[in-house]
Ligand binder design. Structure first.
Ligand code: HEC
Ligand code: HEC
Length: 215
């Protein structure tokens, strides 16, 4: 038998098809809750994400960040990596009004506490130091995010997802498209760290798991 993560990945086309079918049959002006049903298979009932699919936690994330990402997926700004491609298929089926409704609904959802520090090990002391020097100014001292700088919450997020995004920024799968102003800022920062230092930073972020919510 395949391990669970591989089995879920083999089911991916089916999950995408079901999600798109749910959206096709939804009502004329569906609520955020109704719209979210097409996302549950990958992002979880509580918006806590599904590490096996590298689907991130999205509950309690900032509204402006969420809608910007959904529009980036559908407009071709964020559809280069394998995982982003499957997400782009879903995002393309959403209208602008549905994107806004979903973003509002998701921000109001409670953040699920995720301690993924067992999926990554590093030095907390070094991680804290590097994080505060390189990331904290934009993402907040406890990685809670800062809407003023358009920087999303990183705490209570799956570490492997964060690592994947850092790689995407570095190899040019994210943050290099024309018009991706905020992605560019982050891509510049992603290029300033790697290896053990990045592992330590991600370990520090993983340890900041409490109910952080962007106000
Ligand atoms: C087939 C699985 C799947 C479905 C269904 C799905 N997503 Fe995703 N979603 C993903 C994956 C995988 C990613 C990570 C993409 C990447 O690595 O760039 C993602 C990323 C996102 C992000 C970016 C989060 C961040 O921190 O940048 C948002 C927002 C999002 N999804 C919202 C939704 C919404 C809303 C729906 C329902 C309308 C939905 N997704 C349905 C798999 C899915
Ligand atoms: C100049 C401000 C700034 C600094 C400093 C910064 N970031 Fe970011 N970061 C951003 C912005 C803005 C975004 C959102 C990009 C977008 O909209 O696509 C972001 C996005 C991210 C994401 C994607 C999150 C997701 O949910 O997909 C990760 C991971 C990340 N940053 C990690 C870091 C780390 C680690 C550091 C320190 C090495 C750092 N950032 C430093 C501004 C910054």
């Amino acid at each position: 038998m395949f391990p669970i993560s591989v089995r879920i990945k083999l089911l991916l086309p089916v999950i995408i098809l079901i999600s798109l079918t749910v959206s096709f049959f939804s009502y004329a002006k569906p609520t955020g809750e109704a719209l979210y049903q097409q996302c549950v298979a990958c992002h979880g009932v509580k918006g806590e994400g599904l590490p096996a699919l590298n689907a991130p936690a999205i509950a309690g994330q900032d509204t402006a960040y969420l809608s910007r990402q959904l529009l980036n997926f559908s407009s071709g700004i964020r559809d280069k990596s394998e995982q982003a491609k499957s997400m782009a298929l879903i995002a393309k089926a959403l209208t602008k009004a549905e994107v806004d409704e979903l973003a509002r609904y998701l921000q109001a959802m409670a953040v699920t506490q995720i301690d993924s520090s067992n999926s990554i090990t590093g030095s907390l002391k070094n991680g804290a130091r590097y994080y505060q020097a390189k990331c904290g100014a934009c993402h907040g001292g406890q990685a809670q995010g800062n809407a003023v700088f358009n920087a999303p919450r990183l705490a209570n997020q799956n570490s492997q997802y964060l690592l994947q995004q850092m790689r995407d920024f570095v190899v040019g799968d994210r943050g290099y498209a024309q018009g991706d102003k905020y992605g560019r800022q982050m891509a510049m920062m992603a290029n300033t760290t790697k290896g053990q230092e990045l592992t330590d930073i991600l370990f520090y972020i993983a340890k900041q798991s409490s109910e952080h919510k962007v106000k």
